[in-house]
Design a protein around this ligand. Structure first.
Ligand code: ATP
Ligand code: MG
Length: 284
């Protein structure tokens, strides 16, 4: 296997609170991620791409401590996640899994409010700060009008936005999103990805924005929105770096086994992956 892992200006220029070191992940006796090293650049958007079953969700779950490493470690500020109290992790890392399951008959606003649990104390169950965070998260995901509806009865795309709102309401510095655009129509996809960029943008006072790691299937969206792109195959990182540096026809062939032409995106200039067509459209 050729290695297209390039030196990366973003990773070199920034530090990473969250990192995987020789991370090996397994389900029973099957290893699915092999000695993976990854430093997530702070205040940037990292996008993980790769074919089905290559280990993207497994990696993300380990980064959020939902899965215990079989070998190696995930470090937050240099400390192994397994040594950090659960509540502290929940205050630092928010995770939207690929297929979250809602409690039966819960309303939209109650589900979003659950994102505030890590911030609550026995002496104060709900604060104005909690209220503001929930209202803000619902507003940013365009679900304010759905507040009293039962989550069970929503469309797939509405439900997905409720889950994103819950993760946002947690107001963590690190946000891990597993395919947040699934089920969304194209305008809501763009809205969610624009929101991800806004979250990572530096604040008015110059302090850095939030750190986002997201899995996406759409390579062109990945190339548009990522500061740092990570391409995985069979539980290993094949290439990582700025999309403009790593997205090539060779990489697409190596990772996805697909022949493609790479052209500049007419809007952003980022690499646009156009699959080679085995057939030509018929006459009109
Ligand atoms: N809970 C589990 N128990 C056993 N095997 C699992 C479990 N979850 C995932 N796997 C296996 O681990 C491998 C990696 O799965 P993972 O969900 O990480 O893939 P992925 O890259 O996220 O794929 P997709 O693009 O389809 O979401 C797959 O072979 C999958 O079948
Ligand atoms: Mg997955």
């Amino acid at each position: 296997m050729s290695s297209t892992r390039t030196p990366d200006a973003v990773a070199e220029a920034t530090t990473g609170r969250l990192a995987a070191r020789r991370l090996t992940l397994a389900y029973e006796d099957r290893t699915v991620v092999h000695e993976l090293d990854l430093t997530v650049p702070d205040g940037r958007v990292t996008v993980i791409v790769g074919p089905n079953a290559c280990g993207k969700s497994t990696t993300l779950r380990a980064l959020g401590r939902l899965l215990k490493p079989r070998g190696g470690a995930v470090l937050l500020d240099g400390t192994e996640l397994s040594r950090i109290p659960t509540k502290k992790i929940a205050q630092s890392i928010g995770l939207l899994p690929q297929t979250p399951v809602a409690p039966e008959a819960i309303t939209v606003s109650d589900l979003v409010a659950r994102g505030r649990q890590p911030h609550q104390h026995w002496w104060q169950q709900w604060s104005e700060e909690d209220e503001r965070a929930v209202t803000d998260a619902m507003d940013r995901t365009d679900i304010t009008a759905l507040g009293d509806r039962s989550v069970d009865e929503l469309s797939g795309g509405q439900r997905q936005r409720v889950w994103i709102a819950m993760a946002l309401a947690q107001e963590t510095d690190l946000l891990l999103l597993d395919e947040p655009t699934t089920y969304l129509d194209i305008s809501h996809q763009v809205e969610v990805l624009d929101l991800v960029r806004q979250l990572a943008a530096p604040a008015a006072d110059g302090s850095r924005g939030r750190t986002v790691v997201t899995v996406l299937h759409d390579l062109n969206q990945a190339a548009r929105y990522a500061d740092h792109l990570v391409a995985m195959k069979e539980g290993r990182i094949v290439a990582e770096g700025h999309p403009a540096d790593i997205v090539t026809a060779e990489l697409v062939r190596e990772v996805f086994g697909l022949e493609a032409v790479i052209v500049p995106d007419p809007v952003t200039g980022s690499p646009l992956v156009v699959p080679g067509a085995p057939w030509t459209p018929g006459p009109r």
